[in-house]
Design a protein around this ligand. Structure first.
Ligand code: APR
Length: 248
């Protein structure tokens, strides 16, 4: 489908309904230079997620986990928000969308100005010592060490495989999904639950689903009403134009 036609269809589907939420995944940050987890060039091609992404490895051998963690944090700190992040921020500003529920740990939605961001998997810039509990917000890695002065190992405040999601954040995301009449799903493979359930909850309650992704996902032929086969920036900027009435 032609992108502008698809964006017009998606805007027509979403116009006049409220609340609309967004669910984002790693794909929205690809154009900021942060690789996705799955697919070509994905982080899980380089690091085995069952090993490096699991909390058991961090407990057994924190230094091994930090081989990957430092790469993730470096990527987050050196990246800036792209037009897709900014588009969601503008849509929130205009009251067209409510919370952005994200699986991403890069903090780019907040950097783009989004105010109501639900970080289901935490934030890699926030670091806590597992020994003394001291917390720090990373701005750069120049003076950073994964070892604390107390001798303990630090960890980013993210959710490893094998860990529960932050309960308050997850509850808020599920409540918003239950109330949503529409959802814009951007840049997620839809593989990892409970985040992957969010669009399904919206759809089950009769809400409308717009999906933006260069390739189809498990949602596309099952719950997606309008699929914008595009990058996050192209798809969101086109959709925003119609939703904001900027495109006739
Ligand atoms: N624009 C939009 N989407 C894109 C782009 C782009 N430029 N490039 C890639 N994508 C899509 C891919 O097609 C894929 O569907 O982004 C998605 C990325 O999928 P994943 O790498 O699986 O990322 P995500 O869905 O966020 O993973 C969920 O899995 O490993 C865990 O905790 C990790 O939060 C992560 C979770």
């Amino acid at each position: 489908m032609d992108l502008m036609k698809g964006a017009a269809d998606a805007a027509e589907l979403l116009s006049g309904i409220s609340p609309i939420i967004a669910l984002t995944g790693a794909g929205i940050s690809v154009e900021s230079g942060i690789p996705p987890f799955r697919g070509p060039g994905g982080l899980w091609e380089k690091y085995d997620p069952d090993e490096y992404g699991h909390i058991d490895t961090f407990h057994k051998d924190p230094g091994r986990s930090w081989e990957m963690l430092i790469e993730i944090i470096e990527g987050s700190l050196s990246a800036g928000p792209n037009e897709a992040h900014l588009s969601l921020s503008r849509l929130e500003e205009r009251g067209i969308i409510g919370p952005v529920i994200t699986q991403n740990i890069d903090g780019l939605h907040q950097a783009a100005g989004s105010r109501d961001v639900l970080e289901l998997h935490g934030n890699a810039r926030s670091i806590t010592c597992t020994g003394c509990g001291r917390r720090e917000e990373l701005q750069d890695l120049s003076a950073f060490s994964p070892r604390c002065g107390c001798g303990g190992w630090k960890r980013p405040d993210i959710v490893f495989f094998g860990e529960p999601l932050p309960e308050m954040v997850l509850n808020r995301a599920l409540v918003n999904a239950e109330m949503a009449r529409g959802i814009i799903v951007v840049g997620t493979s839809g593989i990892v639950s409970p985040a992957a359930m969010i669009p399904e909850i919206v759809r089950r309650n009769g809400g409308k689903v717009v999906e933006i992704n260069p390739v189809s996902t498990i949602y596309t032929d099952s719950i997606t009403d309008v699929f914008l086969e595009s990058s996050a920036t192209e798809g969101l900027v086109a959709l925003e134009g119609y939703l904001m009435g900027q495109v006739a």
